[in-house]
Structures are given as C-alpha cells and as structure tokens.
Design a binder for this molecule. Structure first.
Ligand SMILES: [Ca+2]
Length: 89
C-alpha cells in the first residue's frame, strides 16, 4: 500500500510528539533510539534512520527534519527503513 505524502507528514508529526519525551521541541539521538527500541526496531536500523533524517548533520532532529523526511520518503514511494516511522508495517 502506498502512503500519500500528506498521510506520512501527519504520521511524522505524531511520531515527533511521541518521541520528544522531554518536550523541548527537538528529538535527541537518545530520544530517537529509545522511541524506536520501544517499537521493536533494532539499534542498527534506528541509527541508520537517524543519519538519514539528520539533514542538518547535528545531534538532534527537528520537527522540520521529520517533515522533510516524510515528504522525501513519500516522493520516492519506497520509505524502506523509514516505514517503521511513517508508514504501515
Ligand atoms: Ca527532546
């Protein structure tokens, strides 16, 4: 099943809110890995995803990066590893 960009962006926003456990408006590496571990994602996949989504190449993810990632993955039609974050499994 293909997800539209709009669906993926809505999901990305929800995931962002869930992953940002200290509610500081960013998702740190730790928050990201803990969130994905909670979803049963292995550490290697989680780290890869962080690198793929970290467009600004810093130590945290912003809401904008989540949004951008969702849009990009929807464009390719192949979310791959990102499907654990933005799509159906
Ligand atoms: Ca945070």
């Amino acid at each position: 099943m293909t997800l539209s960009a709009e669906q993926m962006r809505v999901t990305a926003a929800k995931v962002f809110d869930e992953a940002d456990t200290d509610k500081d408006g960013t998702v740190s590496v730790e928050e990201f890995l803990i969130y994905l571990q909670g979803k049963g994602v292995d550490m290697h996949t989680a780290q890869n995803l962080f690198l793929q989504m970290n467009f600004q190449r810093d130590t945290l993810l912003t809401r904008t990066e989540f949004d951008l990632a969702a849009t990009r993955y929807a464009d390719t039609g192949q979310p791959g590893e990102a499907s654990v974050l933005f799509g159906e499994r």
